[in-house]
Design a protein around this ligand. Structure first.
Ligand SMILES: Cc1cc2nc3c(=O)[nH]c(=O)nc-3n(C[C@H](O)[C@H](O)[C@H](O)COP(=O)(O)OP(=O)(O)OC[C@H]3O[C@@H](n4cnc5c(N)ncnc54)[C@H](O)[C@@H]3O)c2cc1C
Ligand code: HEM
Length: 402
């Protein structure tokens, strides 16, 4: 039965078991879909009871996602208490039905990938085309894998076996092959790619997961590189950690609400945690390369890690700070070695006030790191006078979380 509600009434449906979202004036019941959502449940919980139109569109959902959404439709959003419903509403949501559609969507995506990849390999005019497509996954083969942390160990099974486990998290650099030597990934600065995989579950079923990753910008045509920290309990990161050379992954993009343009702001304040450095480095490199062409952007980066040996890409960051007057890096360690002169503990309001620019119209704060760190920094920056960060960042936000 149709349930037409006002935005204020929808807001009450904001719990795990009773979760409504509105998209383009329609109300959807997403309870029962949380665990199935390939983009993760957090994103849906963050928007519970509220308008998700922009977030849904920004994530670049496929037609299959739209179909699943259709099954969740329960009513129209009323603009005023007496507004009439605009159309008939379909049947109420059934979790099993939706789960089936998610699987179908995953299967369809796989089929599409094969079509696209065959087309891309043909030696035709496509050579100058970017590899990425926002709406479909494409396959790319792992051709190089380099461990970049020495203090951790990992158990690889000789065959691809998900029962194998990592003893601890491990960071590695991965190079993937593009279909032709002069094909580029085609990723605007500040954007990222999605990696999707269907992973076996304990009940024997397959479930699709999709996560974001930022390629390093030191790439030449014909391949691209990712720096990934694999968590023992992770899904996509663990899957990638267990790949053998010659195995493929599925990627799509470009993704993300943020895109860097020369001199778009006077000063960036960045805070990165762990692998959250990857989108920041992309922007820092672009600003540095644009100096001769008049890029005057100032950048202060706070880079937080647990221990000194965890600091990724430190050599390159220090080199950039030395070469470029407009870029400064401030390291923070939770467990610093004796004699450490940088920041210690978690990133605090005092550190932000000391190292990052003060709030102003032409200043932006960029955040990327583990969700608890980003959550805490959104509160800290608000307390320091920056605009309140949105739950899902929009391109114009003063405090933007990747
Ligand atoms: C814009 C953007 C760019 C990103 N770029 C990169 C990148 O270049 N390289 C990269 O490695 N990651 C990057 N990430 C993070 C990445 O998207 C995933 O969140 C991460 O790999 C974990 O995904 P998962 O599927 O393995 O784990 P999930 O399925 O998301 O989580 C499952 C479990 O894994 C463990 N876990 C997951 N994340 C953490 C964590 N941060 N700390 C401790 N335990 C954790 C927890 O036990 C968690 O319950 C980026 C994220 C964003 C938003
Ligand atoms: C209830 C409505 C929603 C449905 C039915 C839905 C469905 C899906 C599906 C099927 C996918 C797999 C990829 C695809 O087919 O596009 C996906 C991925 C994803 N979704 Fe949603 N989604 C919903 C809401 C949202 C919202 C509100 C957000 C907020 C940001 C979001 C963010 C994402 C992200 C980030 C991914 C990973 C996609 C990528 O980066 O490629 N989704 N979703």
């Amino acid at each position: 039965m149709a349930q037409d509600l006002t935005p204020a009434q929808v807001l009450f449906h904001n719990t795990r078991t009773d979760l409504y979202l509105t998209i383009r004036g329609k109300i959807y019941d997403a309870s029962g879909f949380l665990e199935e959502h390939p983009g993760g449940e957090e994103l849906l919980l963050d928007l519970a009871g509220r308008d998700a139109t922009e977030a849904y569109d920004d994530a670049g959902h496929s037609e299959e996602a739209d179909e699943i959404l259709g099954d969740m439709l329960i009513g129209q959003l009323l603009t005023s208490a007496d507004a009439a419903p605009m159309s008939q509403i379909g049947e109420s949501t059934k979790a099993t039905n939706i789960a089936l559609k998610v699987k179908e969507a995953a299967n369809n995506v796989t089929v599409k990938v094969k079509e696209v990849v065959v087309g891309a390999i043909k030696p035709s005019t496509r050579t100058s085309q970017p590899f990425l497509v926002p709406t479909a996954f494409r396959e790319t083969e792992l051709i190089e894998k380099t461990a970049i942390s020495h203090n951790v160990s990992m158990y690889y099974s000789p065959v691809h076996d998900f029962s194998s486990h990592m003893l601890t998290s491990v960071r590695q650099s991965y190079r993937f092959k593009l279909p032709l030597p002069d094909v580029t990934l085609g990723l605007p600065i500040g954007q990222h790619v999605s990696i999707g995989a269907e992973l076996p579950q304990t009940d024997g079923t397959l479930k699709e997961f999709v996560r974001s990753y930022t390629p390093l910008s030191d790439d030449e045509p014909g391949s691209f590189r990712l720096l990934i920290k694999s968590y023992p309990t992770g899904n996509i990161s663990k899957h990638i950690g267990l790949l053998n050379l010659g195995d493929s992954i599925r990627i799509r993009g470009p993704k993300g609400a943020f895109q860097y343009r020369t001199n778009m702001v006077r000063h960036f304040g960045m805070v990165a945690g762990g692998t959250g450095i990857t989108p920041m480095l992309q922007i820092i490199e672009a600003v540095h390369q644009g100096r001769q062409l008049g890029d005057k952007t100032q950048i202060d980066l706070v880079f937080a890690n647990v221990a000194a040996e965890d600091i990724l890409l430190k050599g390159r960051l220090d080199e950039l700070a030395k070469m470029d007057d407009g870029f400064r890096v401030h390291y923070v360690l939770d467990k610093p070695p004796p004699g450490w002169s940088g920041g210690t503990g978690y990133v605090t309001g005092e550190m932000i006030a000391k190292w990052l620019p003060k709030p102003a119209k032409d200043v932006r704060i960029l955040l990327c790191g583990p969700p608890p760190m980003v959550g805490s920094l959104k509160k800290i920056t608000e307390a320091l006078g920056f605009d309140r960060a949105s739950p899902v960042s929009k391109s114009e936000d003063q405090v933007f979380a990747f």
